[in-house]
Write a protein that binds this ligand. Structure first.
Ligand SMILES: Cc1cc2nc3c(=O)[nH]c(=O)nc-3n(C[C@H](O)[C@H](O)[C@H](O)COP(=O)(O)O)c2cc1C
Length: 989
């Protein structure tokens, strides 16, 4: 060895290093770059070359420092281990932090968090501190989600991080610093123990969940704990300080800021230059395993080293004018993320947090953002360095990126929202809440381990088209940051006052499930239609039904009554494509031969949709007898009357043939007034009817006359029709308006309710500071539901879409079965699409068309999206191809919200020559006569105005097996190819 004894830098003090290490480092580098520094009791390595060398040879420059304060403060993490031990732990940590995971999972969440804390910063107003009021909570919340600490808050993470870091640097052995550090140490361990149990049944994309998933390696608990503390210690301050310093640097250099703003690709350059200029992790330790020469200096075995990244990154032999922040400098590899085997695992996360999301958002929204003149910014630290003070002001608020016109109603701070009930009303409320408050944390609680309420347990299994709305709800939980918290019961697991205290706004959407009782003597002999459909739908809490006999009376003429009649009359072939369990259906309805369908009204006033009557009329093997309908006019003006006439037509020719399996006797204008028990176990149903008194002898009576409040309903349904019980507590769905309204109606109601909440937030009646309910050990997240879904679909019988698990126990077991984790699908575009500028217009009632429109917009290179509800035809842009995606409602009409558009289009006189368009209809083939008619109407009206259709007219059948977006993708590929070919062949004008 030829090295000399290390020079001693006894002039270096810790306070000077903390205040401004750069002049000290400059001198140390000039004097060789490796010194013994008594004040820090170690050798400081300051030149780029020497730092680089230590990083590349872990055999000599070991991370496993003996007596390390970091080990005492946080446990023995991978940062203080060498390979191969370090490698195994690093590998376990990697999946949650890979670039793919950052892009697929985390960046969207970062965006929501950034919006939230930006709103809070704006609320504080000029003078707020960019680091402590934005960067710190933002980085802490991101880290909390990445780790998967569902039982903790971002404030907890900030406290833990700071106290453990203080303990790591507690060279003065201050007992108070140790006490606080040890307290955090214990709190993190407790939180983690809790979460390890929770994630075992609620896996998600977080670090803790990923750790539990590793098949061939189980990390000892102590190591998980230590690595987690290290992650909390280091994972928070790095993005926080990188963000603060980069913002500060740009605010000091307006011309560089202008360059970044005009070329967003430069955000990454700014990020890298900033962490080169002031590395957030400024110094870390190494220890020599043997005597070695470094930078011409002889180091003994066991020498403690301080690796000074802050210094190496300003080495003048590598960079010109290294003290300047300069975006245009030649790119050379800085050492801010380390090098070699310990290179920072969180680098991709930090980049996305800071360069993709945080900084662009800040500078886009806060016009004229700058440090306030009166108070100077401050920067400090040498082990960790960052802004300690960054008070800012701004001139005004810039434009929010508007995804779809008229859907985003509030840019103010976001309330934390709990929605109780995951049926259509609850999910539409969550959807509207996401739009109204892009950054709001939203939790949807559900008593069952399965989501979607009536869609799963109420809608008839042979109507898959109606159930398809759940596909857009899936999106909430997989892509839009809404949390599904299943198996959590209001009352049993959490009381309403507790929810009120934990959330800024609570929306009750638990619906009405109890069957309304028929008010006649003997009604106790009847069973309710709700119970029948729940049983057929395998609701886990519904007790088994006794088998029905041959003659069943169904009281009611609403859609539920017709659903029941149809389900009883269906045979196995008729249930093809449904999720009904044949064995259950056969056990219940196998003996039914006659269904009496009894309603008080005449055909023109019946409460059912005509299409439901037609569906029954079309059932093979079913004959119909109509009583009391009177003479039906034949003018075709009343769809219900027409449908009943079809029934009569269907009857003739089928009656009394050997092919008739079931006969449905329709009783119009009939009032039941007594149910008696007969002497052979049957019932006598007494009706008053125009034709006189009628007595039907039946084996069973089912009432389908509506729904009542559940016994445990949190409020009286209909008592608060506006939706507001008081500021912060709301009702949605049937709890709000009583048992009226279809599934699409819930969407419009949800939007108006969120307007109300936005108003309450705006006037300060609802806060934005609640912490949320920590995870409960037995709750089931969306991954648990995915596993149930997978299991049920996998076990489906031929011709059935799923085999529903019948008990809560079976559902919970499936939710915990990791072998059922679905493989992530690659949603990328299957075929290249030509680049044609398009405007997509959607017409919807229950949201399916909007979903398709937005999916297409994401896949197309140049697309904008509009709701037809907000568009007048004379605003259609002729310089872009118009894609119209439109559903059908009523009896073949356009959705209500799109009607003004359609009417304006159909009005005489409007000319749209020069407009090129294509149409995609959303409909349901079971509406045989009006399948997709609404979109056809739009197509015809556009053509009548002189617009020219490009490509084929596309359609999607909601009752079919294909996803609407998939069908629309195929359609649009053809349309765009044709449109592009036209562009090529049309000479420029
Ligand atoms: C009350 C009601 C009436 C409907 N009428 C028709 C119809 O006449 N023709 C048709 O093809 N589809 C009809 N549908 C099916 C819808 O058009 C279909 O479910 C569509 O996917 C809904 O799209 P949206 O979610 O954008 O509203 C009807 C649906 C409902 C709930």
């Amino acid at each position: 060895m030829t090295g000399t004894t290390a020079p001693v830098a006894d002039w270096v003090t810790i306070p000077d290093l903390y205040r401004d290490p750069f002049p000290i480092y400059e001198r140390l580098r000039a004097e060789g770059g490796v010194h013994w520094v008594p004040s820090v009791n170690r050798y400081l390595v300051t030149s780029y070359a020497a730092v680089h060398e230590t990083e590349l040879d872990q055999g000599v420059f070991s991370a496993n420092e003996q007596g390390s304060l970091q080990i005492r403060a946080m446990g023995h993490s991978m940062l203080r281990r060498d390979d191969p031990e370090h490698y195994v732990e690093r590998k376990a940590w990697q999946p949650a932090l890979r670039p793919g995971a950052v892009k697929r999972v985390w960046t969207g969440k970062f965006r929501a968090n950034a919006e939230r804390y930006l709103a809070e910063l704006i609320e504080k107003g000029p003078g707020a501190d960019l680091v402590w009021d934005f960067a710190a909570p933002y980085a802490a919340e991101n880290l909390r989600q990445i780790i998967g600490l569902e039982n903790s808050t971002q404030e907890d993470l900030q406290r833990w991080s700071q106290t453990m870091i203080d303990a790591t640097g507690n060279y003065a052995d201050d007992p108070e610093v140790w006490r606080l550090g040890e307290q955090s140490y214990a709190e993190v361990d407790d939180a983690l123990d809790d979460m390890l149990r929770w994630h075992a049944t609620n896996p998600n994309d977080s670090l803790i969940s990923q750790l539990l998933r590793i098949p061939d390696y189980e990390m000892p608990l102590e190591r998980i704990r230590a690595n987690l503390k290290m992650t909390i210690g280091g994972g928070l301050n790095e993005p926080r300080d990188a963000l603060g310093v980069t913002a500060w640097a740009l605010m000091q250099n307006p011309e560089q800021l202008a360059a970044v703003r005009s070329d967003p690709a430069l955000w990454h350059t700014a990020f890298d230059e900033s962490i080169r200029w002031i590395a957030p992790i400024g110094m870390y330790s190494r220890q020599t395993t043997r005597a070695v020469d470094l930078g011409g200096v002889r180091l003994p075995a066991g020498a403690r080293l301080g690796i000074c990244i802050l210094s190496a990154n300003r080495d003048e032999t590598v960079w010109e004018q290294p003290d300047r922040f300069d975006l245009r400098r030649e790119v050379k590899p800085h050492l801010a993320f380390g090098k070699g085997v310990h290179v920072c695992l969180g680098a991709w996360v930090a980049r996305a947090e800071v360069a993709d999301v945080g900084l662009p958002l800040l500078f886009e929204r806060l016009r004229g953002l700058r440090v306030t003149g009166s108070q100077a910014a401050e920067v400090g630290g040498w082990v960790f360095r960052g802004m300690t003070k960054l008070p800012v002001t701004w001139d005004g608020l810039g434009e929010e990126a508007a995804p779809v016109a008229a859907t985003s109603v509030c840019a103010a701070p976001a309330p934390r929202i709990a929605i109780v009930g995951s049926g259509p009303a609850g999910c539409f409320t969550a959807q509207a809440a996401r739009r109204a408050f892009p950054s709001a944390p939203i939790d949807v609680f559900e008593d069952l381990p399965t989501p979607y309420g009536l869609l799963r347990s109420g809608v008839a299994g042979d109507h898959p088209g109606t159930k398809a709305v759940s596909r857009q709800f899936d999106r909430l939980f997989t892509q839009e940051g809404v949390a599904f918290r299943g198996n959590v019961s209001l009352g049993r697991d959490v009381a309403l006052p507790q929810l009120r205290a934990r959330y800024d706004a609570v929306v009750l959407a638990t619906g009405m499930h109890a069957d309304a009782r028929l008010d006649v003597p003997g009604s106790e002999y009847a069973r309710g239609a709700g119970a029948v459909t729940r049983y057929l739908n395998r609701h886990p809490d519904e007790p088994p039904q006794t088998p029905l006999g041959e003659h069943v009376a169904v009281i009611g003429h609403g859609n539920v009554a017709l659903d029941v009649a149809r389900l009883l009359a269906q045979d196995s072939a008729g249930l093809a494509g449904s999720d009904i369990d044949d064995a259950v259906h056969h056990q219940l309805a196998g003996s039914v031969r006659v269904v009496h369908l009894i309603g008080r009204s005449m055909p023109s006033e019946a409460k059912c949709d005509p299409v439901m009557v037609r569906e029954l009329a079309a059932l093979p093997g079913v004959a119909h007898v109509v009583h009391g309908a009177g003479v039906l006019p034949a003018d075709g003006r009343d769809a219900r009357v027409d449908a009943v006439r079809e029934l009569q037509a269907a009857t003739s020719g089928r009656e009394d043939t050997e092919h008739v399996r079931v006969r449905i006797e329709w009783w119009f204008g009939a009032r039941p007034h007594l149910i008696e028990q007969g002497d052979r176990g049957e019932y006598l149903m007494h009706l008053t009817h125009d034709d006189g008194a009628v007595r039907l002898r039946v084996t069973d009576v089912i009432t389908a006359i509506g729904f009542d409040a559940n016994a445990d309903s949190p409020v009286t349904p209909g008592a608060f029709p506006t939706g507001r019980i008081e500021a912060g507590l709301y009702v949605a769905g049937w709890l709000r308006k009583g048992p009226r309204g279809t599934i699409p109606d819930q969407r419009a109601d949800a939007r108006s309710l969120m307007q109300l909440l936005a108003d309450d937030v705006r006037v300060g009646a609802v806060g934005t500071a609640a912490n949320g309910l920590p995870a409960l050990p037995h709750e089931i997240g969306f991954t648990g539901w995915n596993r149930i879904d997978f299991t049920e679909r996998r076990d489906a019988a031929p011709d059935r879409t799923r085999l529903k698990l019948p008990t809560r126990g079976a559902l919970l077991e499936a939710a915990a079965d990791q072998s059922c984790d679905p493989v992530a699908a690659d949603a990328s575009w299957a075929q290249p699409v030509p680049s044609v500028p398009v405007s997509i217009y959607f017409g919807t009632e229950s949201g399916g068309a909007e979903l398709v429109a937005k999916d297409l917009a994401q896949l197309l290179p140049d697309a904008e999206v509009f709701d037809l509800a907000d568009v007048h035809p004379d605003r259609l842009r002729t310089d872009r191809l118009a894609l119209l995606v439109c559903a059908t409602y009523g009896d073949g009409e356009v959705p209500a919200a799109a009607r003004p558009f359609y009417e304006a289009l159909a009005a005489a006189g409007l000319r749209l020559d020069g407009l090129r368009y294509a149409v995609f209809g959303l409909g349901d083939r079971s509406y045989t006569r009006t399948y997709s008619r609404g979109s056809e109407l739009i197509d015809e009206a556009l053509a009548a105005c002189g617009a020219r259709r490009i490509g084929e007219y596309g359609r999607h059948d909601a009752a079919g097996p294909i996803d609407a977006t998939e069908a629309a993708q195929d359609w649009v590929a053809g349309v765009l190819t044709e449109a592009a070919a036209e562009l090529v062949h049309t000479p420029a004008q």
